[in-house]
Design a protein around this ligand. Sequence first.
Ligand code: FCB
Length: 443
Amino acid sequence: MEDPGIKLPKGFYLGTASAAYQIEGATTQDGRGPSIWDQYVKTPGAIENGDTACDHYNRWPEDVEIMRHLGLNAYRFSIGWSRVLPKGRGKINKKGLDFYSQLIDALLEAKITPFVTLNHIELPQKLPEEGGGWLRRGVHHDFREYADTVTQELGDRVKHWTTFNEPWELAWQGYHTGEDAPGLRLGIDSALEASHNVNLSHGHAVQTIRDNVPDAKVGIVIHLNHVEPATQNPEDIAAAKRWEGCQNRWYLDPIYRGEYPEDMKELYGPLLPEIQPDDMETIQQPLDYLGLNMYRRSVVADGTDLAPVNIKRISPPGEYSDMGWEVYPKGLYDILKWTDSNYPTKKIYVTENGAAFNDPVTPDGRCHDTRRVAFLREYIKQALKARTEGVPLHGYFAWSTMDNFEWAYGYNMRFGVTYIDFQTQKRTIKDSGYLLQKIAETL
Ligand code: FCB
């Protein structure tokens, strides 16, 4: 592997990220309860090519060994709520907790710091069956119980806790556009309702984590994209502002400022959920870090999508991944700078960044994912540039640890730095994995 010309600062975390449902498999093993995804994948047409898994639940020792071999010093993963509490609340599945406990011990033994996410676009199927799911305000009681159960058991060893991954995706894609489980196509009022309930759950869980793990570092992960108007026309500039409000500010403002953005409240008007007197105080908990997921910048024109947000996404000329997402490394620099200047925070981690390039294993037994090598190298450089200009960036996690279940795309989109043969479950470290190894040598 050629020298990528990257030197990581002292104390920096370099790792990969994954999510429970995307890698674990073993959906009925050892007492796990069904999640909304188990239900959703059965919907005809919902998922492209979606019927196998990485079986990480059984093969985790090999996966940890790969990370150790690559010299990574951190790993971000999530816990499957229904593996721990099969019905969402009540009876604990000890075997599910044991799985995470053993994984964490092995990581610590390999000198890999665990960053644990409590919720990565998931919910035990039992909860919506009883009514509402994320649309039920009281769901925060269940989330708090879950956070309590997990942190009591694992908090002695895990110090980095994330409440949620990407509230926008969970709420909008689950309840409005219907791309993600539970796949509902309800009005935007439902997406906003789900968002508010997620925010409340976040606020309650932060308090529980701090009660159980006094030395915890607690944060949330938000998908943030730098938004640019397609032209300098006032209509496009206004559309860009609305999209920034919808995806970025609607999630950052309540957490960092204790309020939803005024311009968006006005725009949503009657679609807004009921906000009770203490809600914003509950949501605005002091945090130790912000996790920033970034995949592509948003170039936006005035349009008719997601009314009343009324935007149209534009694809500027340039390079695109197999997912059809633009490759634009400077976008990571831009969003880090934007976030830091608008929402000053103690620490930022890039908790996901990566691209789908579906390169195969070649006869030499390797996976030469040269486009991903270039992608990661250039994005990491841009992230470090933001850091040299004062952004408190302390870690970078590539998405993803291994090829996995890419939600509605099933197994058709490969994001991993390790290749998975989904028939045999054989793991092959890709060239991009070796790139991370080379960079990790500078730690
Ligand atoms: C993010 C999700 C992650 C993965 C990537 C490609 O939005 O957090 O689970 O699917 O997209």
